[in-house]
Ligand binder design. Structure first.
Ligand SMILES: *Cc1c(COP(=O)(O)O)cnc(C)c1O
Length: 400
């Protein structure tokens, strides 16, 4: 499914040197490499602040903590996502409200969100699934209309673009935050990032973006790592404080925080890899383009599609297989030595861990259908034409 070794072999020397530098300095916690990485990633994403943390799940948790939500507050999430998105909501005593996704993009359904909003709703967490940004322009408009926070779960789509139809809406996030009264009196000034162009990077459009550097994500480290991003200086400061035991000054704890820092060693590795992120994204796009062309006549399933406003970076290449044939195709490919994965086999609301948040028999039609039909093909940055042709031929040779 992935080939991390080949990716890292190409950078073996600079990575070893970076690790050696960290050992020589022996500043393993909050060392220089962390600050450098945060600045460089902020520059790449064109966002004012990036704050490293221990992993993508912590990033989501810290984002929710920074918004001063109260137990019982509702947070809207798609039902078709990785568990982490909803897990942190439950962990903080908040209520995950699961909504359906769009069949064509796998991303959160706008009408689904609109139907789920109640007076207790405080935030929406759109997940940019499989490498593609959710349709953020109408989502931010909806959030503004209901005074809701927007936290982007961008663990799978770092580097993906989102193109606004109306460039004037690019700074919606600052408009929504400026009229949101923070219970802690947090001052939220207007964003200083409203550029003239109409494209933003995924994760920089909502109030807070969260990402992961888990090895298989678009930018992977060699262990766990994560980050939060925001254009809002007050939120940035609060996030930084929460991720470091709620302290600004050592041993003076202003709020309850946690211990979630990006390791200096991981930051050093990420500093070597970040300049290659555009190449990694291009490699994924080429694989996606290859599969799109090679599988265009595949009769037993449909290929992933995208909105013109959200060009995919293909963290996954996910087919929808017809007529209950998914598991049969998966076995067929496995026999030919081709691994595939099912992201995700079970809707969040069918997971035992979340049963108390949904009524008996709760079901969302698109999520149900996707969990039974999705099949992800191998995709990574080191695929050769031979391997790709072999996989495509195998898929195309499937017969009932
Ligand atoms: C990977 C992932 C996370 C969690 O990231 P970790 O770094 O593994 O904690 C959260 N949300 C989604 C959608 C993910 O794919």
């Amino acid at each position: 499914m992935v080939d991390l070794l080949s990716q890292h072999k190409k950078l073996e020397k600079p990575i070893f040197e970076a690790i050696q530098r960290v050992i020589d300095a022996s500043a393993f916690i909050k060392g220089e490499e962390v600050g450098r990485f945060e600045k460089d990633l902020a520059e790449f994403l064109q966002v004012s602040h990036v704050i490293g943390c221990a992993n993508g799940t912590d990033a989501l948790q810290i984002a929710l903590m920074a918004l001063d939500l109260k137990p019982g507050d509702e947070v809207i999430v798609p039902a078709f996502t990785y568990v982490a998105t909803a897990e942190v909501i439950a962990l903080l005593g908040l209520v995950p409200v699961m909504v359906d996704v769009e069949e064509d993009t796998f991303n959160i359904s706008l009408p689904g969100i609109a139907r789920a909003i109640t007076p207790r709703t405080k935030a929406i967490i759109p997940v940019h699934l499989f490498g593609q940004c959710s349709d953020m322009e109408p989502l931010m408009k909806l959030a503004e209309a209901h005074n809701l926070w927007v936290i982007e779960d961008n663990a799978q789509s770092l580097g993906a673009d989102y193109i606004f139809r109306d460039p004037a809406l690019r700074d919606l996030q600052s408009r929504t935050t400026s009229n949101f009264a923070s219970p802690s009196g947090l001052q939220i000034p207007k964003s200083d990032m409203s550029g003239g162009q109409n494209t933003s990077k995924a994760g920089t459009i909502g109030h807070i973006g969260c990402t992961s550097f888990f090895p298989t994500k678009n930018l992977g480290c060699m262990g766990d790592g994560g980050a939060l991003m925001t254009n809002n200086p007050a939120l940035a400061e609060k996030i930084r404080m929460i991720a470091n035991h709620g302290q600004r000054k050592k041993y003076y704890h202003e709020v309850v925080g946690c211990n979630s820092r990006l390791d200096t060693l991981q930051a050093a590795i990420l500093n070597v890899k970040l300049p290659h992120l555009p190449d990694y994204l291009n490699a994924r796009k080429s694989v996606g383009a290859f599969y799109q062309e090679a599988l265009k006549d595949f009769a037993y399933g449909t290929l992933p599609t995208s909105l013109p406003s959200a060009p995919p970076t293909y963290n996954q290449f996910t087919l929808k297989i017809k007529d209950g044939l998914r598991d049969q195709l998966k076995d067929f490919l496995a026999q030919k030595g081709i691994p595939t994965m099912i992201y995700y086999p079970l809707p969040l609301y069918r997971q035992d861990a979340f049963s108390k948040y949904v009524p008996e028999g709760f079901s969302l039609p698109v999520t149900e259908k996707l969990c039974k039909s999705v099949l992800s093909l191998p995709i990574h940055t080191e695929m050769t034409d031979e391997v790709l042709a072999h996989i495509a031929d195998a898929v195309n040779s499937f017969r009932l």
